[in-house]
Design a protein around this ligand. Structure first.
Ligand code: 3PG
Ligand code: MG
Length: 450
């Protein structure tokens, strides 16, 4: 009897939980089984790397794509690499050109890379490609077709639906063109796998099941998420930072059903303080989300989750966001997060908060960190994020599994030299959070033919 019940349980429920699992059908081509010899592979990577003055400040995403790219070359294939950078919204923006990273990609691959300045005009270059050779296409998002959203027309406009239909049609042509360059498509852009775009999903229609596959990074990332979710060791502590409650509310609510403790830090702190009528000076706040903040507190209480919010902060009137420095002669003080003087802005967690964060992380067995605790890009305001990073490193040394995701937290971990002291660094931000929410990523679904 018990066995029958268990069997029914597996049949009925396990597939729903296993949506992101890779090993689902035998029809799905595996990159390790594919014969790349003499084949041209178009590979979607996420090379949306942070740049300052044209120089890459964190190359985690380039390094992340290397195993797939090198595997294809070693097996006698040639590469057409494609990616987006930033949000040019269908316009050519030189500061978002992938041409800036061609040399870095070539150095990382150890082989020359030829840059093609228009992703829709690479026919000749692709046709001439020989085994071992590499092309890098210009930013896909210079064309609105990549995202597939009509530009320059409001959603409220009566003509919007027509424009959307037209855009969807031209998106197919755009994807078909990209597909025409190659014999197979490899999806390895985990950081963009939550987007249903031309190069991450629509292009799948132009390859049969034997000639499209996930890359090694995708396999690894999805596996890491599955490991955390299928085998949560407790206590499970999540740390969510960043500026807005609104952009994280979905994952926060979801995590409140999974974690034992939730630390909310960064700019969100002040929306919570304001929701309790705190004085937050010039700090970042979402005045229309005060009820959302109170709702989070309610839900945490209901679910028995320990919610840890910053009680104090470092505040200043002199942070220059362009240079990420404090103007000489400015005020920098420590004060309660709900008693910030009118002319100051909270920019980092204060010492009391740092202590509380450390205590909450101590002894954790599963840790998820997304989003910094302060403006860590400025050297004066790294203390909050550093306290979190150090505590995670310590807990990891004591056996916790720690998963760090999101460009900013990854940059923190790298800036503090903690990269090899955490268990897993994801190349995904939004994609990681959506995977943890249990959503099927469109980039994964495209390969599985869903
Ligand atoms: C990211 O950095 O979040 C990914 O590259 C996806 O970019 P997007 O959020 O602009 O789609
Ligand atoms: Mg993003």
């Amino acid at each position: 009897m018990r066995q029958v019940v268990m069997y029914e349980f597996f049949i009925n429920f396990v597939p729903k939980f296993a949506t992101n699992k890779l090993i689902t059908t035998n029809k799905t081509m595996k990159i390790n089984a594919y014969n790349f010899a003499g084949k041209k592979a178009i590979v979607r990577v996420d090379f949306n790397v942070p740049l300052q003055d044209g120089k890459i400040t964190d190359d985690t995403r380039i390094k992340g794509a290397l195993p797939t790219l090198k595997l294809i070359l070693e097996k006698g294939g040639s590469l057409i690499i494609m990616s987006h950078m930033g949000k040019p919204k269908g316009k050519v923006k030189p500061e978002l050109s992938l041409g800036q990273i061609t040399d870095a990609v070539a150095a990382a691959l150890g082989t020359p890379v030829k840059f093609v300045a228009d992703c829709q005009k690479a026919d000749a270059e692709a046709a001439a490609l020989k085994p071992g050779e590499v092309l890098l296409l210009e930013n896909l998002r210079y064309y609105p077709e990549e995202e597939g959203k009509p530009v320059g027309i409001d959603k409220e406009d009566p003509a919007y639906e027509e424009a959307k239909k037209a855009m969807k049609a031209s998106q197919k042509e755009f994807a078909k063109k990209l597909a025409s360059y190659a014999d197979c498509w490899v999806m390895d852009a985990f950081g963009t796998a939550h987007r249903k775009h031309a190069s991450t999903a629509v292009i799948a229609d132009y390859f049969d099941a034997d000639n499209k596959m996930l890359g090694l990074l995708m396999e690894k990332e999805v596996q890491a998420v599955d490991n955390v979710l299928s085998n949560i060791k407790r206590p499970f502590v999540a740390i969510m930072g960043g500026s807005k409650v609104s952009s994280k509310i979905g994952i926060i609510e979801n995590l409140l059903g999974k974690v034992d403790k939730l630390i909310l830090c960064g700019g969100m702190t002040y929306t919570f303080a304001k929701a309790h009528n705190g004085e937050i000076g010039q700090s970042i706040v979402e005045l229309d989300k005060l009820d959302v903040a109170l709702g989070v507190e309610e839900l945490a209480k209901k679910n028995g989750v320990e919610l840890v919010l910053g009680s104090d902060c470092t505040a200043t009137n002199g942070l220059d966001f362009d240079t990420m420095t404090v103007k000489p002669g400015s005020k920098i003080i420590t004060c309660p997060a709900n008693e910030i003087p009118a002319d100051l802005q909270g920019v980092d967690a204060g010492p009391e908060s740092q202590k509380a964060f450390k205590e909450a992380i101590k002894g954790a067995k599963t840790i998820l960190w997304n989003g910094p605790a302060g403006v860590f890009e400025c050297d004066d305001f790294t203390a909050g994020s550093r306290a979190i990073g150090d505590a995670i490193a310590e807990a990891t040394a004591e056996g916790a599994f720690s998963l760090i995701g999101g460009g900013d937290s990854v940059a923190c971990v790298n800036k503090f030299g903690l990269a090899d002291k955490v268990s897993y660094i994801s190349t995904g931000g939004g994609a990681l959070l959506e995977a943890i929410e249990g959503k099927v990523l469109p980039g994964v679904a495209a390969i599985k033919g869903e």
